[in-house]
Design a protein around this ligand. Structure first.
Ligand code: CA
Length: 230
């Protein structure tokens, strides 16, 4: 598995390259945005790890360019800014996941492995698709089997998170922080209620179910027609 790391900070770049190499990956390290952009567009990688703040062209421009070329290589972006807007911006531009600096290497490795294992979510322009479910991101519109499904803003964000991280079990605490931007309070059942409403709209009218409960752990979205090793 070949990974491209684009990182201008010498120490972080070296640390990522060494850690990933020791974990069995083949790693190319680009220290400028221009080099990274060139390699991403011309090389063939299984995953790109992209720092956002680069001195020449930033990570956001690079991810946009990769997606404009209809290249679906998974992109994990590294950001020092932990603001909701930045996270949303990166994901809207087509990144698959993000990690806020500073991060633990074990956390990065877990995200990398998940992204490599996950069947690719199809990014086509502004759309995300899994099975017959299509999310139009700029319009925040959802269809399943061509039928328009009306979702609230929060339901859309929740569904988008589940689709982007399909196959991964998402704990309630993670859903709470990503969709509601709040700390999870175990007394509240806001997430279960939202999931129930979302299911009633996207799953109940259809034979094959996409949202699954993993008892004691959280929720996952999976296309039951995909071969699964679980
Ligand atoms: Ca940087």
């Amino acid at each position: 598995m070949k990974i491209l790391v684009v990182e201008d900070e010498t120490k972080t770049g070296d640390y990522l390259k060494q850690g990933l190499t020791e974990s069995g990956f083949s790693v190319d390290l680009a220290r400028t945005g221009l080099d990274g952009h060139h390699l991403a567009r011309t090389g063939s990688y299984d995953l790109v790890i992209l720092d956002v703040m680069l001195p020449d062209i930033d990570g956001w421009k690079i991810v946009s360019s990769i997606r404009e070329a209809e290249d679906n290589t998974p992109v994990l972006f590294l950001t020092a800014k932990d603001s909701v807007e930045d996270r949303v911006k990166g994901l809207e531009l087509g990144a698959d996941d993000y990690l806020v600096k500073p991060f633990a290497f074990a956390e990065l490795l877990a995200r990398v492995r998940t992204l490599l294992r996950r069947p690719a979510v199809q990014h086509s322009g502004d759309k995300l698709q899994i099975s017959n479910l299509v999310l139009n991101l700029p319009k925040r519109r959802v269809t399943r089997s061509g039928k328009l499904i009306r979702l609230t803003n929060k339901e859309f964000s929740l569904l988008e998170l589940l689709v982007r991280r399909q196959g991964e079990v998402l704990p309630r605490s993670l859903i709470a922080s990503q969709v509601w931007d709040m700390n999870f309070d175990s007394d509240t059942n806001v997430i279960d209620v939202a999931i129930r409403r979302l299911r009633s709209k996207i799953d109940d009218p259809f034979k094959s179910k996409l949202i699954h409960t993993v008892r004691g752990m959280g929720y996952t979205l999976e296309d039951p027609s995909e071969n699964s090793d679980e």
